[in-house]
Design a binder for this molecule. Structure first.
Ligand code: S3P
Length: 186
């Protein structure tokens, strides 16, 4: 049985630091599982009517976190989907417990060099704007990795092509959900 034949019946929630590949891998997983792919940051920006950078600048991080928690809470009510969360979302205890209740969490773990390289390619990350991105990411790793480690599934992402990490996630999700996943009749 391949993962394509499984019906995933709950949200698959990707967590991890900026640059870990949540959006890329998430989009691919959505296609693989036949599920919608949702990027929580895009939904937050839509709800606010401005970019994440603007939210940080205009309202501050605390407001952003509040909106992030509310939007993710709402999205988790939408059933099966692949949901990529912003790097700070899983730090919120309420968000963590809600994800635990309704979904499967997957931590995409990457090393510092990978995160620095990938975040350097795409801008728009307010947390990396005020200082040396490598030093900031190293500090965030120290603070956040013990919390990301609470995820149901941990997958290394970064030292091989994204497709390989995507396949590892899909296999891990399949083995975790196998008892609950029903085969699609074709
Ligand atoms: C953040 C990560 C960003 C975005 C915001 C804050 C964080 O999302 O939510 O800039 O605290 O790590 P990505 O992880 O998708 O870059």
């Amino acid at each position: 049985m391949t993962v394509h034949s499984l019906r995933i019946d709950k949200p698959i929630v990707l967590v991890g630091l900026m640059g870990a590949g949540k959006t890329c891998i998430g989009r691919r997983l959505g296609k693989r599982f036949g599920l919608p792919f949702i990027d929580a940051d895009d939904e937050i920006a839509d709800a606010a009517g401005c970019s994440i950078e603007d939210i940080f600048e205009l309202y501050g991080e605390a407001e952003f976190r509040d909106g992030e928690r509310r939007v993710i809470n709402r999205l988790l009510g939408n059933g099966p989907q692949v949901l990529a969360t912003g790097g700070g979302a899983f730090l919120d205890p309420r968000t963590r417990s809600r994800i635990r209740d309704v979904g499967v969490s997957v931590w995409l773990r990457a090393d510092l060099d990978v995160l620095v390289r990938r975040t350097g390619r795409h801008g728009g990350r307010p947390l990396l704007k005020n200082g040396d991105p490598r030093a900031i990411l190293a500090k965030l790793m120290e603070e956040r990795y013990p919390i990301y480690a609470e995820a149901d599934i941990v997958i290394d992402s970064g030292n091989d092509p994204l497709q390989a990490a995507e396949k590892r996630v899909a296999d891990a999700v399949e083995s975790l959900l196998r008892p609950e996943a029903r085969e699609i009749q074709s």
